[in-house]
Design a protein around this ligand. Structure first.
Ligand SMILES: Cc1ncc(COP(=O)(O)O)c(C=O)c1O
Length: 397
């Protein structure tokens, strides 16, 4: 790819632009929205049932349950996994806030782990290290030495669109007597050794937040599971803990996927494979053109993983260099973002927990920078991003 033209170098490039996608599919979206409006059936019903079936067969999994958001998908999955009040759950600190807040909101307490700095995902190494540091095993159960609380499970996050190695994580979890809930909010379409999230865990939680690879016209979420009992439990939890109207078996939530969202998402699902392929092509072009740039570490795809590049995230090494590059890109009107600037173990919201020292996570938070990777990004816009990144790095060295 030729990256050298003055014109390209000064093209403004947005980090993300949903209006382009809508312009392409507006003619498919408007009739299905209108059809839900004409039924006036807005909560669950046929539209949601049809979309749940479509999603389940798209994943090749037996069950899919629509809920109001990715955060709710996590909370309900944690409840369905059997999380009890006051129990502790292992979760990476290098993730979005809701991976950890959902544990609190479901009654538990997060215990933060490091991640592998190449893939940004947790492996058995980081989990084993945290259990060795903070865990104590009694009668086959794990307890947190600092708080006395039982450690009952793990939230495995598939960050930026790449799955963690679920086969090894699930063998580890079963040998340690822990359950797994997957945070697949950024990983729709991702696979690990040909299997999607939800295959080797209690459940996998997805988000349809508008900017996700499959995004709705508002909030929405879904849970994928292999287990019929979990499916039934989730269907009760999402309607106030009730399977029979006005009879409540347990404390539940009001967390349904809207019928209008389901209709929109059903249309967009038809495009998801090609959108994800386009993201992969953009990522490949970034990789090819940036691979020998000094001071830049490119995203590593683990063997057996299919990455769907919800984000294309590089690491800019050296103190302060990431922020300098981000400022340089901004001066060229190139959008870039930091996911995430403050790791979860440093959030004020979690300051009631015992302090933790997670140097790899702190380093990643100071180095990561995500570049534009949405499917409608044009080749010439990507050229402009590439020139600006290369110029920005050169200027610094
Ligand atoms: C990793 C991760 N977990 C959880 C969530 C929460 O999803 P939602 O915004 O749909 O509640 C998101 C998305 O924002 C996410 O990226």
């Amino acid at each position: 790819m030729d990256m050298s033209t003055e014109k390209d170098a000064h093209n403004p490039v947005p980090f993300f632009d949903l209006t382009r996608q809508y312009a392409q599919i507006q003619d498919e979206i408007l009739p299905v929205v209108s059809s839900v409006l004409s039924t006036q059936q807005f909560i669950l019903g046929e539209s949601v049932r049809r979309f749940e079936e479509k999603m389940a067969s798209w994943w090749g999994l037996p069950h899919a349950v629509g809920v109001a958001s990715g955060t709710d998908a996590l909370i309900l999955s944690l409840r369905a996994a059997g999380l009890k009040a006051g129990e502790t759950v292992l979760v990476p600190s290098f993730t979005f806030y809701a991976s950890a807040s959902s544990i609190f909101l479901a009654g538990g307490r997060p215990l933060f782990t490091e991640v592998n700095p190449d893939t940004f995902n947790v492996t058995t190494k980081e989990l084993g290290e945290m259990l060795a540091l903070r865990g104590e095993r009694r009668n086959g159960l794990w307890f947190d030495k600092s708080t006395g609380s039982r450690i009952s499970g793990i939230v495995v996050v598939h960050l930026y669109g790449q799955m963690a190695d679920m086969q090894s994580l699930s063998s580890f979890a079963s040998s340690e007597g822990l359950w797994i809930v997957e945070d697949a909010c950024q990983a729709i379409g991702a696979e690990d050794h040909g299997k999607p999230p939800g295959t080797y865990s209690v459940a996998a939680a997805y988000s349809f937040f508008p900017t996700k690879n499959l995004g709705g016209g508002g909030d929405g979420g879904m849970i994928a599971t292999m287990r019929g009992d979990v499916d039934a439990h989730l269907r009760s939890l999402r309607v106030h803990g009730s399977l029979r109207r006005y009879y409540h078996d347990e404390l539940g939530y009001n967390s349904r996927l809207d019928a209008i969202q389901a209709a929109i998402l059903g249309v967009k699902l038809g495009h998801l494979h090609s959108w994800n392929r386009r993201r992969e092509t953009i990522a490949r072009t970034y990789n090819e053109n940036l691979k020998s740039t000094p001071g830049l570490l490119l995203p590593v795809v683990a063997s057996g993983a299919k990455h769907v590049y919800h984000q294309y995230t590089v690491r800019v090494t050296g103190a302060g260099n990431r922020d300098k590059l981000k400022d340089f890109l901004a001066s060229r009107q190139i959008g870039s973002e930091i996911y995430y600037p403050l790791p979860q173990h440093r959030q004020e919201a979690f300051s009631c927990l015992p302090g933790q020292n997670l140097p790899v996570t702190d380093m990643l938070s100071s180095e990561v920078l995500s570049l534009p990777v949405f499917p409608e990004l044009t080749d010439s816009e990507q050229n402009a991003v590439l020139s600006a990144v290369i110029d920005g790095i050169r200027k610094r060295s």
